[in-house]
Design a protein around this ligand. Structure first.
Ligand code: 2AM
Length: 506
């Protein structure tokens, strides 16, 4: 590669950055790389030389000016630095060397409002900015991530060939992800899991909701595991086998697959099942919390997504929980008789699938609220298709979501699609049974329960919000609409003195 013909540049050589560079190089692109600490860049280039078939396409730069100058115009520069201040600092450091029309692509986990701000600031300087969700972790970045880019169409057209090439691929007929996974042998053909999302920060927004869904998807699987363990007294490997079975059907997904593996993994240190040795305090990096917070802001009923964030928070107070477990009473667990074992496992599966459908319904309902609030026009079928390969929530059933939006692009709620309606109708009885068992036996299952509350609330033609409006009108004259009058007509009652309801009205 000569000094001035890099197809693209990348700054930030942590795990995601390194893997994305190698992915691009494998697809035939010359990639200029830069990192704040030069040692890491040198180490990476050296590593590439020794082990990577595409190493000649990776050129390291210790100096930001020569890095920028080495890239073909309009320059495409991917940032994979720590989200937040580091992104702003890196953009500011880059600016003196950029020219009109150059494109910065932020592949970090940026808050979408930051992306909107950055795009605006850079547009004033004639620099294009693409905020792109990148999902799939280390392996995804290396062999095919799910990519959710947003910005101007013009900038996207310039980036599209590279983004489309490196993204995960899905068989257009079966909808199954195409396997790759070998350095120097990129997957070609198939549907690419990179699609233009929309303007502003919509790509990072959709990536954020994807993470919110990921939180609840994982939480639901954990609850299924916990119920099998405590209600049925099953050992980890037995539960792992159940997940293995489930992975052959409608629940087939990356998360179910790895769960089956994790549960059967032995610990090299204690020789016990590893999962039994892992401390039960969950970490979080914030994207689930952002999703729940935005749902609150927009008034979207994403209670299951929020429940997953709360569940992690509750798990983190381990010492308090240990102390409370000796103080606060709960019921004794009643073992499920052998004769009901199979039916109970089936009911847990129903609970998992129905709750999962609710989780996605909530995610898309939230994205729908957002597109109205932020003036975007998003393609839901395409979004679920992008998640079909590469990312953590990749799952067979995402194809059903794409099908649902293909059937009706204005679908109000996923649960109203004929396929999903049928699945919910079939599974709801078992789902309820499982939650009842969880409650009577004192086993926490907040994800399942939140999802069911959403389901029951959504399918209720009438809710007690009539009383709520009465309360609001009583104490704050907030007015109410009436069942016997058209919407939009507001009424207020001059409520009598507190404690003296007017029972008889003339
Ligand atoms: P480093 O190797 O020099 O720490 C993930 O942390 C990536 O973001 C790393 O490549 C890291 O560079 C980079 N990074 C973190 N903070 C940064 C900053 N303030 N400026 C530039 N890069 C930063």
């Amino acid at each position: 590669m000569t000094a001035k013909n890099a197809d693209i540049g990348l700054i930030g050589l942590a795990v995601m950055g390194q893997n994305l560079v190698l992915n691009m190089a494998d697809h035939g692109y010359n990639v200029a790389v830069y990192n704040r600490s030069t040692d890491k860049m040198k180490e990476f280039v050296e590593y590439c030389k020794n082990t990577e078939p595409s190493h000649e396409r990776v050129i390291g730069h210790a100096d930001l000016a020569t890095f920028v100058l080495s890239i073909k115009r309009p320059r495409k520069i991917v940032l994979l630095v720590k989200a937040g201040t580091a992104t702003d600092l890196t953009i500011n450091a880059l600016l003196p060397f950029l020219e009109k029309g150059d494109i910065i692509i932020d592949g970090g986990n940026a808050l979408w409002t930051d992306t909107i701000r950055r795009e605006k600031e850079l547009r004033a300087k004639d620099i294009e900015f693409i905020g792109s969700g990148v999902s799939g972790g280390e392996t995804g970045a290396r062999f095919g991530p799910s990519l959710m880019p947003s910005g101007t169409r013009q900038a996207w057209v310039s980036l599209e060939p590279i983004w489309t090439a490196i993204a995960a691929k899905v068989d257009p007929v079966s909808g199954q992800p195409l396997e790759g996974g070998e350095p120097g042998k990129p997957v070609v053909g198939g549907f690419s899991c990179a699609e233009y999302i929309g303007p502003d920060g919509s790509g990072h927004y959709v990536k954020m909701v994807h993470n919110g869904i990921e939180y609840i998807d994982m939480q639901l699987i954990c609850e299924a595991y916990w119920l099998m363990k405590h209600l049925l007294g099953m050992k980890s490997d037995e539960i792992g086998k159940v997940f293995e079975e489930w992975n052959k059907g409608e629940l087939s997904s990356f998360l179910i697959e790895i769960t089956a593996d994790i549960l059967q993994q032995k610990d090299p240190m204690s020789k016990e099942f590893l999962v039994d040795m892992i401390l039960d305090t969950a970490g979080q990096k914030g994207t689930g919390q952002w999703t729940a917070a935005n749902a609150l802001e927009l008034g979207a009923p994403a209670n299951a997504i929020a429940a997953a964030v709360y569940a992690r928070a509750l798990s983190s107070v381990k010492e308090e929980r240990v102390a409370a477990s000796k103080i606060l009473k709960g019921p004794k667990v009643t073992a499920i008789p052998e004769s009901e074992r199979k039916a109970t496992i089936e009911a847990i599966k129903n609970a998992l699938y129905c709750s999962k459908i609710c989780a996605y319904a909530q995610g898309f309902q939230l994205i729908d609220k957002a597109q109205v609030a932020y003036n975007w026009k998003l393609n839901f079928g395409e979004i679920s298709q992008i998640w079909r390969g590469g990312c953590i929530i990749r799952a067979r059933f995402l194809q059903k979501i794409t099908d649902a939006y293909a059937l009706n692009s204005r679908l109000k709620n996923l649960m109203l699609d004929p396929y999903f309606t049928e699945e919910m109708n079939k599974g709801q009885e078992g789902w309820r049974k499982v939650i009842a068992l969880a409650v009577t036996n004192g086993i926490p299952a907040q994800g399942f329960a939140a999802a069911l509350a959403y389901y029951d609330g959504y399918r209720s033609a009438d809710l007690p919000a009539n009383l709520l409006q009465g309360q609001r009108d009583y104490f704050g004259a907030h007015t109410y609409e009436r069942k016997d009058k058209p919407r939009g007509e507001f009424f207020h009652l001059d409520w009598p003195e507190p404690g003296r309801p007017q029972i008889a009205i003339e």
